[in-house]
Design a protein around this ligand. Sequence first.
Ligand code: UD1
Ligand code: CA
Length: 467
Amino acid sequence: MDIAVILAAGMGTRMQSKLIKVLHPILGKPMVQWSIDTAAEAGFRSLVVVGNQEDKVRTALSDANVSFARQSIPKGTGHAVQCALQELKNLNAKRVLVFFGDTPLFRPETLQKLKGFHLEHRFDVTFVTATVEDAGSYGRLIRDEQGRAKKIVEASNATLEELAVCEINTGAAMFEMAWLEKHLPNFLTHPPKDEVYLTDALELAAQEGKAGAMILEDATEADGVNNRIDLAKATRILQNRIVKQHMLNGVSFADPSSVTVEPSVVISQDSWIDRGVVLKGTTHVATNVSIGAYSVLEDTVVDESVKIDSHSNLKGAKVGYASSVGPFARLREGSHLESNTKVGNFVEMKKTTLGKGAKASHLSYLGDAKVGQNANIGAGTITCNYDGYNKHMTVIDDGAFIGSNTALVAPVHIEEGAVVGAGSVITQNVPSNSISITRAPQEIFEQAAVRFRGKAKQIKQTKAKDN
Ligand code: UD1
Ligand code: CA
């Protein structure tokens, strides 16, 4: 089996964070998970080397189907792989890919190419390199007169001539397990920090003609994340890749650079995504849907031909065929809209089902409710679902009509075809096809407005004199 050893023991102090670097999220996924997923797509099972905040890393990856090895004190990249050797044996590894938990930009195709290159040349050790303008503190790949990879020199140990080399070690490398088992335990430590360098492998294997270096076509793949500026840059690159793929699949974006679309989101063709939209988690968007500007959808399922207008916020919701939502609608956990429903501006819903063709067009709160088909919920309707101790259900049957500014005090049941007059406070069940009103009767005082204005004027004049 081919195993990817992912180094994730370092703290990453330049992040200026209490949280270990590899757990900082990128598009909803911990950074190290990007490395694991890339390896998995390329056909490698991951073995993650943990040290700093070990428990947090293990917990964050508990669903990831990975193995772990522990490096209690970080003593270099070579030492990290030494710490993984026993577990590699347990996993019966034949070939070993090593790469870092802070290089989320590697593509699966690149790892596959590395393996192809490594096998084709029958190397024991193959490093991935990149040609860059500023080699900075990277390790330099030194080649011999014939252009064969000879050794990697860390910047801190390099001569001026070596420092001028622009081919750098990206950190990703492939090894034959038998070679690692034989040689890695004997690697020497290097001053000043007495670290074991994995990069020493190249020179050792090159002496037997069994080492190589594969140059990246796209050098940005090797860009590691060291601080929060790098984090934002990497996020942007990964986001561009995701949105580009959606566009190639037939999804339109008004402004691709303004959206957030997490990798787990599914969008079908002929859907339209406006500026500033955020799509997260397990959100599924069917075909022919339009999502208005600055709407946020998380773990939400949207059926065909739905229109979500701008500034809507949906979380854990389901929106049925040809329904319309927003602008400024809020659908919380357990909101379920059947087909052809309408939820308008400033409507909040939670744990509520709207039957086919039902409408709540303006300014309402519907919580713990079941609304039947073609029912109409007037503006300002509130389900009073909480009595300070417990939550209670409101049931509104098919075809019921709830007048504006009604308070439905749960538990309460409005039966089929019933009408509730505007301004009512409903505390008792409303029978089928009946009308309920709790409004205070209107009183009319003829000419009272004239008397009222006269009095008001007098008061104003007296006040003016006193001043
Ligand atoms: C390493 C390479 C260098 C290469 C560069 C690319 C070595 C000796 N040097 O240098 O040639 O150009 O990466 O970015 O390999 N880690 C552990 N345990 C350790 C040490 C490191 O888990 O004991 C992890 C770190 O958390 C990090 C990664 O390995 O994710 C790389 O370590 P780092 O110390 O940044 O290596 P560099 O000195 O940058
Ligand atoms: Ca580094």
